[in-house]
Design a protein around this ligand. Sequence first.
Ligand code: CA
Length: 466
Amino acid sequence: MGCPVQPWTPCRCPTGSPTHCKEPHRHVYPERNPDPALRSWVSSAQAEGADFTLQNLPFAAFRRQGSDEAYRGGVAIGDQIVDLAAVAQAGIFSGLAAEAVQAGAREQLNALMAMGQPAWSALRLALSRPLREGAAEQAALQACLVAQADAEYTVPARIGDYTDFYTSVYHATNIGAQFRPDNPLLPNYKWIPIGYHGRASCMNVSGTDFRRPQGQTRPPEGSHTPGFGPSQRLDIELELGIFIGSGNAQGEPIAMADAEQHVFGLCRLNDWSARDIQPWEYQPLGPLLSKNFATTISPWIVTLEALAHYRTAFTRPADDPQPLPYLDSPQLWTEGAVDVQLEVLLQTPQMRDQGVPAESLIQTNYRHAYWTIAQMVAHHTVNGCNLQSGDLFGSGTLSGPTLDQAGALIELTTGGKHPVTLANGESRTWLLDGDSIVLRGWCQKAGAARIGFGECEATILPARQG
Ligand code: CA
């Protein structure tokens, strides 16, 4: 079999052509991952630090703020949204891109996701061309723009199932060390991408505030009766969300080589956690109420195609177990990981009252993950489990190698022992009512266009009384 035509990773063979190449590796279509020098007539796409460049084109579901319009798919460019329903109505695309934009015009993106990678790619290319400076179709597309400032968003897909993984070995080690200082990592960790089934109904789009959860906690010292009340140990989990595009039939595993074709894209994800509810409830079946009161995702989904220039080698220390064959592939070792810079910011009520912007608490990078996106997909399906369009994976808390790169307060404060001091003198061990958390993510390097994820934000409201 010749080279599979999978356009989101670079071809390193001498022919550089999908039609002539016989090597088992992949190709970038230059037009679909346009030259970083290409500019859009939407001038804000070129602004310093712009997340939504011409090379990004992420997807969301949106409508005009405060309106009773139907939600529909949109694609970000600069500070604007290309309204996919308006593009579909205008009838300016043909072929596969026309079918894809019809699917993208629906209230959520599942139909577009189900069409598969060639359709997503065709739609991105069809949108990219008329958005470029000098494009003849500028006027037609200009009529389809809605300002992001005027928009509101919804969860971009109907999420059938949510699976949360645990792919940062640094997070697993930091957490394990708090319970088993001599043996922090359990023996399965380096063999299996650990995960558990979460709950999709509590998935919120960025900007949706939520109440502090209440629940049972461990019996206090000297008592046999558990505590009950609002969580006093509310925490964040800095994660990436991974949206499944095309699914698989039950009983038909997805191989590593095909895994990324099934992935629609990535978003930012904050898997809020109640650290005092969790230890009392999680044995023997795992967390339940400590995790399922709210999870926040960014509205924008960045495709893997847009991230092609930020793929990087997967590494595995020589002394560690090497991946079993079903978790291994040649592409894994050349470009299995993704170089995404990640940040968490906190704004307290006092900062908000004084007009002080959110303060950066954590900076880390997705490339530190122990298990990759393809490995999560291959592992999840190896038993025959069927994934469906719109299913969401959480990467798990993405802590980096040093403690200041830890992706949760439980690590930053060493289990609550060492509060974090903020620039204004306030401190936090766990989150307090009124605190806002903002997650950001972006890719940036010389010779490639910046690719940003936008923001994933929510504010904690007081617990329900009684
Ligand atoms: Ca999690």
